[in-house]
Design a protein around this ligand. Structure first.
Ligand code: NDP
Ligand code: 8X3
Length: 250
């Protein structure tokens, strides 16, 4: 029987690439996101595995719990949870940051991850088995100028990951974090609120990571033998040494 993975933020970037990687490796999928048309298109496109689509905003607590409770019988035994949904909103000094941006980052990156986990963990605890990968960031290990609240949200993801690993230890559930540096996705388009030319400059002059690079690493983490838990991985483009040191050819 195939394993079942639930991926949040499956409509784009790292989540989408992970969905295709998992499908290629024979893992059935529960794909989550707000852009339902993208989820439906992926469901049509993905071959050889079963795919179920859940359409919800991770900020909406009731919607999260209703969506997970609505899973059909043959999708309830979730083996793998990839808590990936998230974004940066804005890049401003703390004193001029927007409260709406702060709300979005804390509500999506931190509280959304908690809501989805709260809904899925009982299903894993019941079966005394499961694997949770939280997508953190280099921004969860360093703070860079104007990164303030986004970095705070990703530091929280790392602390929550450690807490989950400790508290879920009695149940044989593996918990780990994959923390990427710069990955070329829709991330910067969201951060800069649709200013695509500004977003493109983030990835100019060097080879940024691609979503598929991270998907491969997530698959590596979840495909280790049962006694191996990859607790924490930091993955950078070769050109990136830290949040602020990136070797560009421009
Ligand atoms: P994308 O913008 O390409 O993808 C973000 C995904 O999150 C989308 O599928 C989006 O789906 C989903 N999402 C955003 N807000 C919500 C919400 N409120 N409810 C439900 N789903 C939501 O960015 P990435 O693929 O780069 O980002 C994925 C993760 O990787 C994030 O947690 C990000 O912080 C992290 N990361 C990214 C890095 C990068 O450089 N790109 C580096 C380090 C970490 P939809 O809009 O359809 O709901
Ligand atoms: C996303 C990477 O460096 O823009 O987490 O914070 S960065």
């Amino acid at each position: 029987m195939n394993k079942i993975a639930l991926i949040t933020g499956a409509t784009s970037g790292i989540g989408k690439a992970t969905a295709y990687k998992f499908a290629a490796c024979g893992i059935d999928l529960i794909l989550c996101g707000r852009r339902i048309e993208r989820l439906e298109a992926m469901k049509k496109d993905l071959e050889g595995v079963k795919v179920h689509v859940l359409h919800f905003d991770v900020r909406d607590k009731s919607a999260v719990f209703e969506a997970i409770a609505s899973l059909p019988f043959n999708f309830k035994d979730i083996d793998i949870l990839i808590n990936n949904a998230g974004n940066a909103h804005g890049l401003d000094p703390i004193q001029s940051g927007s409260v709406e941006d702060w709300d979005a980052m804390i509500d999506i990156n931190v509280k959304g991850l908690l809501y989805v986990s709260k809904a899925v963990m009982p299903l894993m605890i019941e079966r005394q088995s499961g694997h949770i990968i939280n997508i953190g960031s280099l921004a969860g290990k360093e703070t860079y100028p104007n990164g303030n609240v986004y970095c705070g949200s990703k530091h929280a993801v790392l602390a929550i990951t450690e807490g989950m690993r400790i508290d879920l230890n009695p149940f044989g559930i593996r918990v780990g974090a994959v923390n990427p540096g710069l990955v070329e996705t829709e991330f910067s388009k969201v951060r800069f609120k649709g200013d695509n030319s500004l977003a493109d400059t983030v990835y100019e002059g060097y080879s940024a990571l691609q979503a598929e690079d991270i998907a491969d690493i997530i698959y590596f983490a979840i495909s280790r033998p049962p006694h191996v838990n990859i607790a924490d991985l930091l993955v950078l483009p070769t050109a990136q040494a830290s949040s602020t040191v990136v070797k560009k050819s421009l």
